[in-house]
Design a protein around this ligand. Structure first.
Ligand code: NAD
Ligand code: WQD
Length: 366
């Protein structure tokens, strides 16, 4: 008998697929909803190859209320939702803002409406460290605690802040309603998980990040330099106030991030805290040059780079203070930057075409 059944929106995507794996490995059943806009259904096969369990999969759009409604109706056992589905390209969000608000904010409202209709009351939401914007504008906020004032610097970040507010209002309204009606068992709960910089892949080398378009994040780009698909990495600025002049980020292994979702879900189910935000990060900041060095070491040669102008909207330092999640969720990162680089390289080297190629025969035979 399963511990519970979780609807995972965006479950074939990068973080969603790893979280689905962690849920299955910890006794949950999973129902995925994804429109495959930025992912491949092959992720479902890889999850099954690793865990021996196959999540249910529905190709559907979270903005399509009838389709989402049908998924909830087909799976009355769903008791919680982990909500990943979103558009996430920061640059693009400034070019087509209405699409970002429609999918991210509109899709989240549709999801919450369906949850209410089907009496599903726990939601774990993929927020982002980007909600803090430039935390150095407020003294004493690096590493960044959850009480750091919100101040996103781009449209994508503003969609995340809006969704946090929508979830907060819905959870609080439903808790008030159920209290007033004398039905505390109907209490809603929400976890707003603000992730820092996810990276890495599965140590087996058969699951990793495989976006449909061109990647824009540092580590996937470094992977492309290592395979020769790109001739060099462009380093966006070396005139920041850091030890080597390049910007600082808190890189977190995707396996640790997945276990953070499991910890948050378990916490909601056990403690019924209402709505709360938690940072998911390691608490350790690394510069771009440190990342190039770490990945070069794993690859076994110096990866070429060229310093160019700062990228618009980038900030000096996004390092998490993860103390709250450490204490309340009993969760902390276990894997190192070296693990992330190692696993990423195994994935990239073995799967230059991502999920568009078969896994090694040893996996199929096993
Ligand atoms: P991803 O693009 O790999 O996964 C998102 C998934 O959602 C994809 O599989 C995509 O096909 C699906 N999707 C998009 N629009 C949809 C729609 N309308 N209906 C149904 N499915 C839809 O991205 P990811 O890196 O795994 O990110 C997952 C979540 O985490 C997102 O909400 C993202 O904003 C958030 N996040 C990501 C990062 C990061 O750096 N990767 C950092 C912080 C927060
Ligand atoms: C990391 C560092 C760049 C590429 C973004 C989103 C954030 C979150 C995570 C979703 C920065 C530098 C990068 C390159 C470089 N996503 N860099 N050359 O910008 O910290 O965060 O992804 O929520 O919201 O903004 O991640 O991987 O793009 O950059 O020098 O070609 O690497 O300047 O310092 P970022 P990133």
């Amino acid at each position: 008998m399963a511990v519970g059944t979780v609807l995972v929106t965006g479950g074939t995507g990068y973080i969603g697929s790893f979280t689905t794996l962690a849920l299955l490995e910890n006794g949950y059943d999973v129902v995925i909803v994804d429109n495959l806009y930025n992912s491949s259904k092959v992720a479902v096969d890889r999850i099954e190859l690793i865990s021996g369990k196959r999540p249910a999969f529905h190709e559907a759009d979270i903005t399509d209320e009838a389709a989402l409604d049908a998924v909830f109706a087909a799976h009355p056992e769903i008791d919680s939702v982990i909500h990943f589905a979103a558009l996430k390209a920061v640059g693009e969000s400034g070019e087509i803002p209405l699409e970002y608000y429609r999918v991210n904010v509109g899709g989240s409202i549709t999801l919450l409406r369906c949850m209410a209709k089907h009496n599903v009351t726990n939601i774990v939401f993929s927020s982002s460290a980007t909600v803090y914007g430039d935390a150095t504008r407020v003294p004493g906020m690096i590493p960044i605690p959850e009480r750091c004032p919100i101040g996103p610097t781009n449209t994508y970040g503003r969609t995340k802040v809006m969704i946090e507010n929508v979830i907060t209002d819905q959870v609080e309204a439903q808790r008030n309603n159920s209290k007033n009606a004398g039905k505390p068992s109907d209490e809603w709960n929400g976890a707003l998980l603000r992730y820092f910089n996810p990276c890495g892949a599965h140590p087996s080398g058969i699951m990793g990040e495989d976006p449909q378009g061109i990647p824009f994040n540092l580590l996937p780009l470094l992977g492309k330099v290592a395979t020769g698909e790109r001739d060099k990495l462009l380093v966006f600025g070396d005139d920041y106030a850091s030890k080597d002049g390049t910007a600082i980020r808190d890189y977190i292994h995707v396996l640790d991030l997945a276990s953070g979702h499991l910890a948050a879900l378990n916490y909601l189910r056990e403690h019924k805290p209402g709505v709360k935000a938690w940072n998911l990060g390691s608490g350790r900041g690394s510069t771009v040059f440190e990342m190039i060095k770490a990945f070069s070491k794993v690859v076994g040669r110096d990866l070429p780079y060229q310093v160019v102008e700062r990228r618009q909207g980038d900030v000096l330092d996004l390092t998490a203070d993860p103390t709250l999640a450490n204490k309340e969720l009993g969760w902390k990162t276990k894997l190192t930057l070296e693990d992330a680089c190692d696993d990423l390289w195994r994935w990239v080297e073995n799967n230059p075409k991502g999920y568009r190629q078969d896994p090694p025969a040893s996996f199929i035979e096993a």
